[in-house]
Design a protein around this ligand. Sequence first.
Ligand code: MLT
Length: 263
Amino acid sequence: MVDVAFTPSAFESADVAVVVDVLRATTTVAAALAAGHGRVLCCEDVETAERLREPGRVLAGERDCVPPAGFDLGNSPSGFRSPRGEEVVLTTTNGTPALLEAAASADEVLIGCLLNLRALLAHIDELAPGGDPDVILICAGTHGRPALEDVYLAGRIAGALGGARTDAARVAEAVAASYREPRAALAASADAAVLEEVGLGRDIDCCARESVLDVVPRTSALEQGVAIVEPAPTPGQPASAGSRSEERPLASARSEPGASRGT
Ligand code: MLT
């Protein structure tokens, strides 16, 4: 069954969840991994991100669209064209909290954006070779409300997947079908208007590019309130292959209480 949660609170549990925050968190995660960073450590708040600061780690994210004080980078995917360190620590207003919620209740959490749409669809097909995937597409939304650009992408994904679907998936597909191309959907959103207002309109073009990256980010562990995101293994590779999470614990956050779930 293909399902869509228009906001994270509509999600309860699933075998496979795909989190989407097109403007801009999940686009940034994909860009950071594609640029060569080994992991993206996604956390909910600025304080946790600061605790995770270590040599080799780049702090990135936003509050009200701009980088928190002392951070190395904002949440613009274009900031990640080449590696800025070994790992990225990312905190954003809606996207990283949505990812943490998904990681707490789904067995497999993937990260979707327009940039990796084709690779993501191929990956979901591999997880459900029979063509009837059991997957929920979780829209990060904005402050607990649905965001047009996320619903658009969820509709594009749902429309490309075979098998049964919920009415929520049909609604998202109808939204996606009403736009001739991705940029029009993104540009029509309230989040795009906010980015324009703060002078980050170029990020809309960057996030609207379709299927230009092969990376499929996947949460490999949830440790102490941090979702560790790495590239999913390529076809034929075992799930643990290439994962750096066992070699490199979250040293700086070790004293913090919280859940721990390895894969
Ligand atoms: C978020 O997570 O709320 C967004 O990615 C906000 C943004 O555009 O930076």
